[in-house]
Ligand binder design. Structure first.
Ligand code: GDG
Length: 746
């Protein structure tokens, strides 16, 4: 997918670079080495992320911003394999405070359900802020105007906000590789609001699991009170509000390259060799992990030890190979963990190994990938017993390697991979008896069941490989960023299709859809040609036209001056005028009382903030802040939220562009559209709107209907045009198709 620079991105006064795609991650995809002559050398580190992004970055002239892995050294940008590498310097102190400290001893344990206690140190936090700022500055000066920037992982959660402030023209994505904890745990973090705010600078925030995205949205609701709906979060900003999407994008591996390695005869030979070297046991079980307390290595060893102890297994029949690759060796918790694991391994081997058979073949090193693949091939049972894990790529690698359709995966339900790899034997690693039972079941599993499960697992892993993952993330991020002029072909096609419906409802928002937004709402007018296009539709048999607005109906009538047979709904569906001269509205006495109290609160706020005013609506009030300074506007909105939440809990609060609406009756444009569909008996609906409130209407559209979003921004609508001028064109085109259809029918 080529990444192109949008034609008309948001303006920015900051210095900018030339790269249309910039990836930012703590570590660069290259490792620094020193040649024998003392000169610098760079070796590509073969992670899945690089493999996935390399072709894309080569094709679209991408840059990668990150730390090269050595402290206290500055390196000039350079090119490696067609990717521009922009190294960020970290001092030895920053490595200690930002990386080993705040990232790996505060955030890592906190985000992994406090399996180990997180340490909170203010100087670590200061270092985290300073280093994030440096990364953001490097990315900002590398990115071209309107570029896409993709920031990775928990070490850099402040970068999205810092980038947005420096470069509002950028499209910013963030992906969190580790879990996002439930609110009860997250709330411990002394800097919980700053981190959320940092992340909310992004347009798209990706997580591994549905639950992670849900935890994040809940934290945003609890700590900021921003409205969230499904994957959408509406974040107030100077222009009114900005839509941020928080959604799961389960990461994967380059499955084909693992299979290719597994098919190499030398690697298969190596797998046989490993088996022989282990004394040809009936079953080889394997664990491969960074030596980390989240991976549940101790639980695995305990279960295996008990099986040996109670005689269910013997070392002649079963060997456990445990690769524990060195990790974060300067962090205290990791030193303690290493001692703990090695003590357990030593005890178990002392108790059960024989001269010819070792219970646990334990390896505290990193191996080349070829050796890892040979181990996967040799392993009859793969044990993934993580207590908490964002995804766990090892599980997916094992599956990708097993082209022979054999092998059993035992997988913790606390690893993200469990959401997809349901045909594994799923376990709760805390339940040692359960783990023991799963191990015995895996060892005894009949061949046909092993093959059936492995085939299903392989389909999952190959269908969503790392290339599909990155493409899906970037597609979601970049779609809707740039809207070209004119009516897209796909939309024209859909209009032709819908034009044949026996009864067709054309439901249109007014402000921003038929009329450009203006500072003074009473001056809004539909663009030239709209009235004629609407009249042409009204004249066609079986077509109904409706205006669906957040405005009070009188105000809508004033600005839209609709033809008498246009159906009208105002105040987000609270008022309707459907083929009668009367406006329908019913409020009970309690709602009228709430309305008075609300007016009291908002009048006081508007009276003390210049540039804000109150609009009275039939079932609520709106606080407009368009003419206030952005700070005053936001402060007034915040005050209004806080005071009404205290005094009148349960009010519906809706946020639009520079306006906060409170209503005593919960109703949305979705309700309005449902009512209109009912009233007209329409078979098909075209709904067009530009605002976040129109998303409620898009959400109730059915298959075959058309949702048309006006302007940029993430939306549930299937189609998009640039502005009101295009909407008029769409209405004309629809009338043409409909007239053509009825001509050919007669
Ligand atoms: C984080 C999240 C998420 C391990 N030892 C050796 C070696 N490895 C490779 C594995 C695998 C990778 O390291 C480990 O990936 P995991 O996903 O298992 O775990 P984390 O390192 O904790 O990664 C995790 C991931 O980010 C991606 O988003 O899945 O949940 O914690 O690829 O094969 N590779 C080689 N030698 C070793 O000794 N060559």
């Amino acid at each position: 997918m080529p990444i192109s620079t949008p034609a008309e991105p948001r303006q920015s006064a900051e210095p900018q670079g030339t790269y249309p795609l910039v990836v930012v991650s703590n570590r660069l995809p290259v490792d620094h080495e020193v040649n024998p002559d003392g000169s610098d050398a760079w070796r590509t580190s073969p992670g899945g992320l690089v493999t996935a992004l390399e072709p894309l970055m080569q094709a679209s002239d991408g840059a990668w911003v990150g730390w090269p892995g050595v402290a206290d050294r500055s390196f000039d940008p350079f090119e490696k394999n067609g990717i521009s590498i922009i190294p960020v310097r970290l001092s030895a102190l920053e490595l200690e405070q930002f990386y080993e400290g705040f990232s790996n001893d505060t955030l890592w344990p906190l985000y992994h359900d406090v399996i180990a206690p997180p340490s909170y140190h203010r100087e670590w936090w200061d270092s985290y802020v300073a280093v994030n700022r440096r990364f953001a500055e490097r990315a900002a000066s590398a990115a071209a105007r309107g570029a896409t920037v993709w920031v990775h992982d928990y070490q850099l959660q402040l970068v999205p906000r810092m980038l947005r402030e420096a470069r509002p023209d950028l499209l910013i994505g963030f992906f969190n590789h580790i879990p996002f904890p439930p609110y009860g745990i997250y709330a411990q973090l002394p800097w919980r609001k700053q981190i959320l705010d940092g992340l909310l600078g992004a347009d798209l925030i990706g997580f591994q699991r549905v639950a992670d995205a849900g935890n994040f949205s809940l934290a945003v609701r609890r700590l900021f009170g921003y409205p969230t709906r499904g994957v959408a979060i509406d974040v107030p900003d100077a222009a009114g509000s900005r839509r941020v999407i928080a959604k799961h994008f389960p990461i994967s591996i380059d499955a084909a390259s693992y299979e290719a390695l597994a098919r190499r005869p030398d690697i298969q030979e190596r797998a046989r060799q490993i088996r022989a070297d282990l004394g040809n046991p009936g079953t080889i079980m394997l664990g491969v992990d960074r030596l980390d307390y989240t991976k549940g290595i101790g639980h695995r060893i305990k279960a295996f030890g008990e099986l040996l102890e109670d005689g269910s297994l013997s070392v002649e029949d079963v060997t456990l190979v445990q690769v524990a690759s060195p990790s974060r060796e300067r962090v205290g918790t990791y030193m303690a963990l290493r001692d703990e694991i090695e003590l357990a391994v030593g005890r178990l081997n002392g108790d059960y190994s024989t001269i010819s058979h070792t219970a646990i073949s334990y390896h505290h090193h990193g191996y080349p990938r070829e050796e890892m693949v040979a181990l996967y091939l040799a392993a009859d049972v793969m044990l993934v017993t993580a207590l908490r894990d964002g995804m766990n790529l090892v599980a997916k690698e094992y599956v990708a390697v097993r082209f022979d359709g054999d092998g059993v995966l035992v997988l913790s339900e606390f690893a993200g991979a469990a959401d997809e790899l349901k045909q594994a034997i799923l376990i709760n690693p805390h339940d040692i008896d359960g783990v023991k039972a799963a191990i015995l079941r895996a060892i005894a599993m009949p061949q046909n069941e092993r093959t059936r499960r492995m085939r299903a697992l392989r389909r999952k892993v190959f269908d969503n490989d790392v290339a599909a993952w990155s493409a899906s993330f970037l597609r979601t991020l970049t779609e809707g960023a740039v809207v070209r002029a004119g009516v897209p072909d796909k939309l024209a096609e859909a209009l032709r299709e819908i034009s044949g419906a026996p009864t067709l409802l054309v439901a249109l928002d007014f402000d921003g859809t038929l009329a450009p937004h203006v500072d003074r709402p009473e001056e809004a007018r539909a663009v030239a040609g709209t009235r004629e296009a609407v009249q042409r539709l009204l004249d066609l048999p079986g077509v109904r036209v409706a205006f669906v607005s957040g405005r009070a109906l009188v105000s809508l009538q004033h600005v839209a001056q609709p033809q008498s047979d246009v159906l009208l709904t105002g105040s987000h569906g609270i008022e309707v005028q459907l083929d009668t001269p009367e406006i329908e509205l019913d409020l009970v006495a309690a709602e009228l009382e709430q309305l008075d109290a609300l007016a009291g609160v908002l009048d006081r706020i508007a009276g003390t903030t210049s540039g804000t005013w109150i609009e009275r609506k039939p079932a609520g009030l709106a606080l407009h802040t368009r003419l206030a300074t952005p700070q005053d506007g936001l402060a007034a909105q915040r005050q209004a939220r806080e005071q009404t939440e205290q005094l009148l809990p349960g009010l519906t609060i809706r946020e639009g562009k520079n306006v906060l609406e409170f209503s005593v009756r919960a109703s949305s444009k979705g309700d309005a559209l449902a009512r209109l569909r009912d009233h007209t008996g329409a078979d098909r609906v075209l709904y067009a709107g530009d605002d976040v409130t129109d998303e409620d209407a898009f959400a109730v559209l059915r298959e075959g209907d058309i949702g048309l979003k006006i302007g940029p921004g993430v939306s549930l609508a299937g189609y998009r045009v640039r502005g009101p001028g295009e909407v008029t064109e769409v209405l004309r085109l629809l009338a043409d198709f409909r007239a053509g259809a009825s001509d050919s029918a007669t």
